[in-house]
Design a protein around this ligand. Structure first.
Ligand code: GSH
Length: 86
């Protein structure tokens, strides 16, 4: 993401942090603004051009819009519950 979970530096990243906080799940963030190689490398790895990028159990899930949509329809909660039980 851009910034950290304690200090998001972009509205999209902030939205994803707020969603994860509201679901009370453990998560870590990496600030791509501090590492240009990581910024470029992650775009290539996920084949996704923007940040934030949410990974669940190491798999790319989506950006902000996808996360918001999945939160609204309950898919995100379901996936995170499964991830926490595995
Ligand atoms: N629609 C995107 C919004 C995120 C977005 O547009 N991020 C931009 C601006 S913060 C970005 O990461 N651009 C590429 C970059 O800065 O390297 C989403 O769903 O995540």
């Amino acid at each position: 993401m851009k910034g950290t979970k304690d200090f998001p530096q972009c509205g999209f990243s902030n939205t994803v942090v707020q969603i994860l906080n509201s679901l009370n799940v453990p998560f870590e963030t990496i600030n791509i603004l501090e590492n240009e190689m990581l910024r470029m490398g992650l775009k290539e790895y996920s084949n996704w051009p923007t940040f934030p990028q949410l990974y669940i159990e190491g798999e790319f899930f989506g950006g902000c819009d996808i996360t918001v949509e999945a939160y609204k329809n309950g898919e995100l909660q379901e996936l995170l519950e499964k991830a926490m039980c595995s």
